[in-house]
Design a protein around this ligand. Structure first.
Ligand SMILES: NC(=O)c1ccc[n+]([C@@H]2O[C@H](COP(=O)([O-])OP(=O)(O)OC[C@H]3O[C@@H](n4cnc5c(N)ncnc54)[C@H](OP(=O)(O)O)[C@@H]3O)[C@@H](O)[C@H]2O)c1
Length: 273
């Protein structure tokens, strides 16, 4: 059987497909009136999670770090969610043909994850939350298929015409911040809507707003054993200095010797303190 080498908290082999399903995120302890919120990134050793896209339009996950085995664990994290957070940028990329479904339940490689959700009475797809100040994004029809809900979180005094358009087409719009979406208000609103297990698949600005409000419970990082260099690039967190450093405690650590065609990679998770 395919395996990872667990290095913390115990040492020993663990089965590879299934390593993150075994984290049982739907049973994780939540803070009162908040969902359990987790995020995930694959990063190069020099901390790059996104580099300029080949077509020169914006940033994208580097092809040198993206890999099948990381993608499998990403899917295992997404499969456990009842809400996935994404951004206005994601929908703009989707419209431009540069983004794909986050949880790929229609891919035969992940048929087991579809079955896993079904066994637990979950819809094939988690609902999707879009965080956007601009509200400038198209909503692809596929996003609202199969009973999936779209929830949009934005800032004060949104354009009422745009709100009506989004609500007619897709889902509800909630104001959860003044100038910027604020993590505490976002988390409370998600809880009020009944969401308990929330995966942030978005990028460094959204992780920043979650960390600034102390509502990110778990951070998953894949360290691909490669360095890329170059500017510009995105790292896992982007935004102003935190008033206080955010402390995280090591939760699990696995070495994947087969990752990146035998180069190897580390799968690490950290828990909020
Ligand atoms: N390597 C990895 O594992 C990984 C993981 C995730 C993302 N990425 C990459 O990282 C790059 C950036 O991703 P991203 O654009 O999704 O992430 P992001 O930087 O977190 O989000 C950017 C968008 O989210 C909205 N936003 C963020 N913070 C907000 C706030 N406080 N209030 C209101 N709106 C806010 C804005 O939307 P509006 O402009 O609509 O207002 C903004 O354009 C992409 O290239 C992506 O592929 C890599």
């Amino acid at each position: 059987m395919d395996q990872l080498q667990q290095l913390f908290p115990q040492v020993g082999p663990v089965p590879f497909p299934g390593a993150y399903l075994a984290h049982n995120l739907r049973q994780a302890t939540r803070q009162p009136s908040q969902p359990f919120v987790y995020a995930n990134f694959v990063a190069s050793l020099d901390g790059r999670i996104a580099v300029p896209a080949a077509d020169g339009r914006g940033l994208t996950v580097p092809k040198q770090t993206a890999n099948e085995r990381d993608w499998r664990l990403y899917q295992e994290l997404a499969a456990q969610a009842d809400l996935i957070i994404s951004s206005g940028r994601y929908l703009r990329d989707w419209a431009a043909g540069r983004a794909q479904e986050i949880l790929q339940v229609d891919d035969p490689r992940f048929a087991d994850l579809r079955a896993w959700r079904q066994e637990r009475g979950l819809k094939p797809q988690p609902d999707i939350a879009i965080i956007s100040g601009s509200l400038r994004f198209p909503i692809p029809e596929v996003l609202t298929a199969g009973g999936r809900k779209v929830v949009v979180f934005t800032t004060a005094q949104p354009d009422p015409d745009r709100v009506r358009e989004i609500e007619d087409q897709a889902g509800r719009v909630f104001v959860v911040g003044e100038e910027r979406v604020e993590g505490g208000r976002l988390a409370r609103q998600m809880a009020e809507l009944g969401y308990e297990t929330v995966y942030s698949a978005a990028g460094p600005q959204i992780v920043h707003l979650l960390l600034a409000a102390n509502v990110l419970d778990r951070l998953y990082l894949t360290h691909a054993s490669r360095l890329l260099g170059g500017v510009p690039f995105a790292s896992i967190v982007e935004g102003p200095l935190f008033a206080q450093a955010v402390d995280m405690r090591l939760n699990t650590l696995y070495f994947d010797p087969a990752g990146l065609d035998g180069l190897g990679q580390l799968f690490v998770s950290y828990e909020r303190v």
